[in-house]
Structures are given as structure tokens and as C-alpha cells.
Ligand binder design. Sequence first.
Ligand code: HEC
Length: 136
Amino acid sequence: MRLIATITLSLGSALLLAAVTLEAQRGQGAATNAPAPAAAAAQAAPAGNADNGKKIYSSYGCYQCHGYAAQGGAGARLAPRPIAFATFSRYVRRPTGQMPPYTAKVVSDQELADIYAFLTTIPAPPAANTIPILAR
Ligand code: HEC
């Protein structure tokens, strides 16, 4: 009885490991095949430093309402495929809802461009039907 339990257990974990590995491989494939994120919207945006954008997205507190991956939470989803830069910067300066305004004294135009550059680097998630565990 004990032997059967042990065999069942190790078989189970081997299967789980295989599934997780497969999933990870598929995820990578999907990410590399995905179209360039928000290429069209990014064209109209000023050049920004995505690394700095990622840092100030955290230090200026955007993440508190929009989530670390800009996936949304108390605030709207900002990525993947961010809205056009003009609309983006207008909203941050003069929000019309719950969001507090960020003037140019708090977040400079260059810093806004950096945050936007960071948002365009956030990849789209893999399609749900490419995730094996969801396809059952
Ligand atoms: C205190 C919470 C909070 C913080 C902090 C915050 N936001 Fe927001 N944001 C919101 C909410 C809530 C909305 C949804 C609209 C509304 O109610 O204003 C929003 C909407 C937006 C939108 C418009 C999205 C759309 O699709 O129309 C942009 C762009 C945005 N936020 C960017 C930022 C950036 C960049 C920062 C950091 C500099 C930031 N937000 C910080 C709460 C916040």
C-alpha cells in the first residue's frame, strides 16, 4: 500500500514537472512570436528611457493603483498596448476621474516619456488557448 502511494506520488510530481516545463517553453515561444508591442502608438511618442521609466513608475507610485506590470487594479490597465502618448500625457496632467493629477513639477515631460517607454516594453500575455492547463 505504502509502495503504491510512493509510486503514485512520484509519478504525479513527474507529470506536474513536465507540464510546467512545457508551459514555460510555450510561453517563451508565444512571447517571441508576439507582434512588436504598440509599434504604432510608440511612433508618435518622444524617445524615452524605459529603464528609468520602470524605476520612476515605482518611485512615483503609479504602481500603487495600476499594478507593477501596469495590469490595472484600483487604476486602469496601462499596458500592454498603451494608449497614444498624447492621450496618455494629457490624462496624467489633467485626470478627470479618481486619479490625482501629476503636474510637470512632479513628473517632467521627459520622465513621462520614460514611463511611456517602459509601458511599451511590457509584452502581451500568451493567448489563453496556448496555456495547456487552461485548454483542458
Ligand atoms: C491613487 C491612485 C492612482 C495613482 C497613484 C496613479 N493613477 Fe493613473 N489612474 C487611476 C485611476 C483610478 C484611473 C482611472 C480613471 C480615473 O478614475 O481617473 C487612472 C487612469 C490613468 C490613465 C488613463 C488610462 C486610460 O486608459 O484612459 C493613465 C494614462 C494613468 N492613469 C497613468 C498614471 C501614471 C503614469 C501614474 C504615475 C505617474 C499614475 N497613473 C498614478 C489611479 C491612479
